[in-house]
Design a protein around this ligand. Sequence first.
Ligand code: PDD
Length: 278
Amino acid sequence: MQNKKVYLNGEYLPLSEAKVSVLDRGFLFGDGVYEVIPAYFGKLFCFDAHLERLNKSLQAVRIDLNLSEAQWLEILQPLLIEGDAQYVYLQISRGVADKRDHAFPSDCTPTVFAMCSPITPFPKEIGVKAITLDDMRWELCNIKATTLLANILLRQQAVEKQCAEAILIKNGYATEGAASNVFAVINGVLVTPPKTDDILLGITREVVLKLAQENNMPVKEAVITLEALKTATEIWLTSSTREILPVTHLDDKPVGTGQVGKFWLTMQQYFQDYKKAA
Ligand code: PDD
């Protein structure tokens, strides 16, 4: 794996030969944005939606890089490896400056890095445990920024409690997971928190919403209080690398029956069919 081919600034190199300067602002400040794009059966999934979000992140942090969909495809496609499920990690930092200074350097070329890895299968059918934690991140969680220290600390706390994810609570409301979006079935309706700057607008979240609507599953985007989350009969986490993951235990208490629920079983089928057709 160490010698897989990666992309760095216009070149394809073995991973061990891909090197970035210590003055890169991605290294010094986490000054960059990224995407995680799944690929199924050799094809990038929801590629247009991922690029649209990437362009929004680039604009939000004022990194000037405008590549067309065709140009990105030309860069990323050669990285795809054998296997049914992989993901491309694409990172763009502001680039290398000649000295460390918080403000933008006047002349800086963005560093573009991409690599492809297999998606590790997750034990979805048996579900996972999650904990709730205080969402202590910043106010622009809609930007897919590489500056992820808060998310890392939150996920680590979850892992240390034998949980797969931390569900974050801000002012009494669920926002999202440390690296996923959250859905809950409450009073027979599938609910996910609304689009605000408190959450990353997940591409998997969008697909789940679309599939629920198309198949007449009761669904809405609405706030979820911590109290309501505790009464949910199902909780799911969605992301590009874990797809739709049912949470069977929240804060050590069973969610619903403590088994994966019937909404999830139905949505899982819709999602797998959609992947194959995409
Ligand atoms: N993270 N919210 C956060 C904070 C995330 O980091 C992610 C994904 C999502 C889900 O977005 P999507 O469905 O587009 O993957 C929501 C990726 C997988 C990561 O950082 O590795």
